[in-house]
Write a protein that binds this ligand. Structure first.
Ligand SMILES: [Ca+2]
Length: 294
């Protein structure tokens, strides 16, 4: 094993929010397809520590019952770096009705310089009004298909997982939006999207450093007439024109109004809390006045 920086790996479950995974083997290779140079297994808190010299490694995450993530190209920069990774349970192990599943799992950084609250937005191909999911409307269901966002993670790391169950044929859009902070730090926040088709890791896409506030890791997710899903990447000209960093038209209004929407939500919660506190105080005063004196 190398002697170098201590890197903290935190592994969680894509389907169960807050569930850390013990017993995940974390293997680091110094080259793609190479032999591991460091190895550890997550403890009961879902944490594994590896000593790694700053460099690029190919990290594998393996646990029985979960779709393996192999050779994830990862830059180790400094001592104390935290890498949050999310594993998706195999369909059979997850239970429930058998069906087709597409899953988009979003992870990002854990440093105070990183984006704190990142949001995933996705549209459905079914053509119904408001057929989309994000923190604003976390579930869409129509004629046997479901799109669902598990949670709005607002405190680094993720995951934010969007699961498509039995998605109908057509084209789907996906957008990542940095919600928090004035400065745009999305591209410097170790942002990674993993795309799972049933029990296969179909793609692992990392945000370029130059990404500011919006990012589309792929142009479209397309489900064919044969119900087979595929990702459509941006071509060279589209990338040169910055198409991967602009919200698609169908998500433009939702993503651009996000800040006001969450702020309003917080204000409402605070006002409700204050109202409730006032009611409780009045009830206590009345009880105190009406209590018999001895
Ligand atoms: Ca979020």
């Amino acid at each position: 094993m190398l002697s170098g920086a201590q890197v903290r790996f935190e592994i969680n479950d894509a389907h169960v929010k807050g569930k850390r995974l013990a017993g995940v083997r974390v293997l680091a290779a110094a080259a793609a397809g190479g032999e591991p140079v460091a190895f550890a297994e997550t403890d009961q808190d879902g944490v594994a520590i590896l000593d790694l010299e700053p460099a690029t490694y190919w990290i594998s995450y393996l646990r029985p019952g979960y779709v393996p993530v192999r050779g994830s190209e990862t830059e180790i920069r400094a001592d104390g770096q935290v890498i949050t990774t999310t594993l998706s349970m195999l369909l059979e192990a997850e239970g429930g009705a058998p069906g087709r599943r597409v899953r988009l799992v979003l992870n990002w950084g854990s440093d105070s310089e990183d984006a704190r609250d990142v949001d995933g937005h996705a549209t459905c191909a079914c053509g119904q009004a408001n057929a989309r999911v994000s923190y604003r409307a976390m579930r869409h269901e129509y004629e046997g298909h479901v799109l669902e966002l598990d949670v709005d993670d607002m405190d680094w790391g993720g995951p934010e997982t969007i699961t498509f169950t039995d998605p109908p044929p057509g084209a789907y859009s996906y957008l990542v939006h940095q919600y928090s902070q004035d400065r745009d730090t999305l591209g410097r926040s170790d942002l990674v999207v993993r795309v799972f088709f049933d029990d296969q890791l179909a793609a692992e896409i990392r945000a370029p450093e130059s990404i500011a506030r919006y990012w589309r890791p792929f142009k479209q997710l397309v489900v064919g007439p044969d119900l087979v899903p595929r990702l459509v990447p941006f071509d060279v000209d589209e990338l040169a024109a910055g198409a991967d960093r602009e919200p698609p038209a169908e998500l433009l209004s939702e993503a651009s109004s996000s800040t006001a929407w969450k702020t309003c939500g917080c204000v409402v919660v605070v006002l409700l809390a204050i109202s409730w506190a006032v009611v409780v105080m009045r009830v206590r005063r009345r009880r105190a006045r009406s209590a018999p004196t001895r």
